[in-house]
Design a protein around this ligand. Structure first.
Ligand code: FAD
Ligand code: NAD
Length: 367
C-alpha cells in the first residue's frame, strides 16, 4: 500500500518537466525546497529504466520511467541549490526525436514518506580489499557509471547478498579511504567509490560471505538511511565521539566534517573502546590527526589488554565518562555521539543521562 500525500500538501510536492535537443534530454525537477544539495538527489539508470529520487526532509519524490529511447551511460546532474531546481541531463544514444520522455513505471511522480518508499539497490563492483587490522578490512566498491549517489555523514547503507539461496541484508556505515590530515581544503573524495570498514567474524553469516567476494565481483548496495543531521554539529562547541569496535565507522566522516567544515568547534574528542591494542582501527592515523590538529584528542580504552598497556582500561562506565566528557566552558554547547554494540550504546546513553546531559545533546547511531 502506497501513501501519497493529499491535496492539502500539494503545494510542497515537487514537479518535473523535460525538453530535448538533437543530442540531449534535459529533465528539470522543481523540488520546492530552498536548500537542495547533491546528497538529496539519487539517480540510477539501468538499461532504459531511469529512477530519480529527491529527498525532501522525511519525504521522497520519485521519477521513474522506462525511457522512450536508449541513452549513453554518463549523465550530468546540475543543482541550483538556492532555488531548489535539479537538472538531469541525459545524452541520447541516437539523434532521434523523442515523442515522450518514457512510459511511467509503478511509482512514477509520487511523493511519500521515505520510510514507505522501500530501499532501492544497485549493483556495485568490488575494486579493492585492504587489511585494517587482523580481522577488519576496508572494502572499496565502485558505483555504476549511471548512478549518482552521495552518502551523507552519519548515514548507513544496506548490503544485500544471496547466501545459500536466501537473501540476506545487513547495514554498514561508509567511511573515507583515510582520515583528513591535510586541512588546506575540505577533503572530498571521488563519490563514485564507497569505502566500507568491515569486521569479519569467524562465525558471521554475512561477513564470511563478504570476505569470500573476489575483486571484480558485484554486490547490491542500497540508498542511504539514517537520522543524523549535520546541523547538530554545526552549532556545537564541543564534540565527543564515543565509539566501540566498528562503532568507529560513523565517526570517520563525522570527524572529517567537524574538523574541516565546522568553525565554531573548540574541542573534538574521540573516546575509542576496544578489546585489545590489535583491535584499534586506524590508530596511527588517529594519533597523527591529534598531532596535526590541536582541537582533536583521542583516548583509547581497552577492555581486555593483553600486553603491557599503559593507557586506560575498562568498559564504558559513569566514572570514565565523567573523566573524559567535560564541557570546555561552563555552558559550552556539546554534542555527544555514541556507537558500538547495543549494550555499549544503551549503557552509554543511561550514564550520560545520569551525568546530566540532555537527550538533544546525545546522538546514538543505531539501525
Ligand atoms: P552474525 O552472523 O550476525 O554474527 C556476528 C558475530 O557475532 C558472530 O561471531 C556471532 O557468533 C556473534 N553474535 C551474533 N549475534 C550475537 C548476539 N546477539 N550476542 C553476541 N554475539 C552475537 N559492522 C561493520 O563491521 N562495519 C560497519 O560499518 C557497520 N555498520 C553498521 C551500521 C549499523 C546501522 C548497524 C546496525 C550495524 C553495523 N555493523 C557494521 C554491523 C553489521 O551490520 C553486522 O551486524 C556485522 O557485520 C555482523 O554480521 P554477520 O552476519 O557477519 O554476523
Ligand atoms: P567488540 O566486541 O570488539 O567490542 C568493542 C568494545 O565494546 C569492547 O572493548 C567494550 O569496551 C565494548 N563492549 C562490548 N560489549 C559490551 C557490552 N556488552 N557492554 C558494554 N560494552 C561492551 O566490538 P565489535 O565486534 O567491533 O562490534 C561493534 C558493534 O558496533 C557491532 O555490534 C555493530 O553492530 C555495531 N555498529 C553499529 C553501528 C550503527 O548502529 N550505526 C555502526 C557500526 C557498528
Amino acid at each position: 500500500e502506497k501513501k501519497v500525500l493529499g491535496a492539502s500538501s500539494k503545494d510542497l510536492t515537487p514537479s518535473y518537466d523535460w525538453f530535448q535537443t538533437d543530442s540531449l534530454i534535459t529533465i528539470v525537477i522543481y523540488t520546492k525546497q530552498k536548500d537542495m544539495n547533491a546528497e538529496l538527489v539519487i539517480l540510477d539508470c539501468e538499461d532504459k529504466r531511469l529512477r530519480g529520487e529527491i529527498i525532501v526532509d522525511d519525504y521522497s519524490y520519485l521519477l521513474e520511467v522506462d525511457l522512450d529511447h536508449a541513452i549513453q551511460k554518463d549523465m550530468a546532474v546540475n543543482i541550483a541549490e538556492k532555488v531548489g531546481k535539479v537538472e538531469i541531463i541525459l545524452k541520447k544514444k541516437d539523434n532521434v526525436h523523442w515523442k515522450i520522455l518514457g512510459q511511467p513505471l509503478e511509482n512514477h511522480n509520487t511523493f511519500m514518506k521515505r520510510t514507505d518508499r522501500g530501499l532501492f539497490y544497485r549493483k556495485c563492483k568490488l575494486v579493492s580489499k585492504t587489511e585494517v587490522t587482523h580481522d577488519t578490512k576496508l572494502f572499496c566498491l565502485l558505483l555504476p557509471e549511471s548512478t549518482h549517489l552521495h552518502i551523507p555523514t552519519g548515514q548507513h547503507v544496506y548490503l544485500k547478498q544471496i547466501i545459500a539461496g536466501t537473501e540476506v541484508v545487513k547495514p554498514y556505515t561508509p567511511v573515507l579511504p583515510f582520515l583528513p590530515l591535510d586541512f588546506q581544503e575540505p577533503y572530498c573524495h571521488d563519490s563514485a567509490y564507497i569505502y566500507l570498514m568491515i569486521k569479519i567474524y569467524s562465525c558471521g553469516l554475512f561477513t564470511q560471505a563478504l570476505d569470500h567476494l573476489q575483486i571484480g565481483d558485484y554486490i547490491s548496495v542500497s540508498s542511504p538511511e539514517g537520522s543524523f543531521k549535520k546541523s547538530q554539529v554545526q552549532t556545537s562547541e564541543d564534540l565527543f565521539l564515543l565509539a566501540a569496535g566498528t562503532g568507529f565507522t560513523p565517526m570517520v566522516k563525522l570527524l572529517n566534517f567537524a574538523l574541516t567544515e565546522v568553525s565554531c568547534l573548540r574541542t573534538v574528542k574521540l573516546i575509542f573502546f576496544n578489546r585489545t591494542e590489535d583491535d584499534i582501527l586506524w590508530r596511527n592515523q588517529l594519533e597523527q590527526l591529534a598531532l596535526k590538529d590541536e582541537r582533536f584528542e583521542v583516548q583509547f580504552i581497552l577492555s581486555q589488554p593483553i600486553r603491557d598497556w599503559m593507557g586506560k582500561q575498562g568498559m564504558i562506565s559513569s566514572s570514565l565518562l565523567s573523566e573524559f566528557v567535560k564541557r570546555s566552558r561552563k555552558d559550552s554547547k556539546v554534542l555527544i555521539c555514541i556507537c558500538g554494540p547495543t549494550p555499549f550504546t544503551e549503557q552509554g546513553i543511561q550514564y550520560l543521562k545520569d551525568l546530566g546531559y540532555s537527550q538533544e545533546e546525545v546522538h546514538p547511531f543505531t539501525a
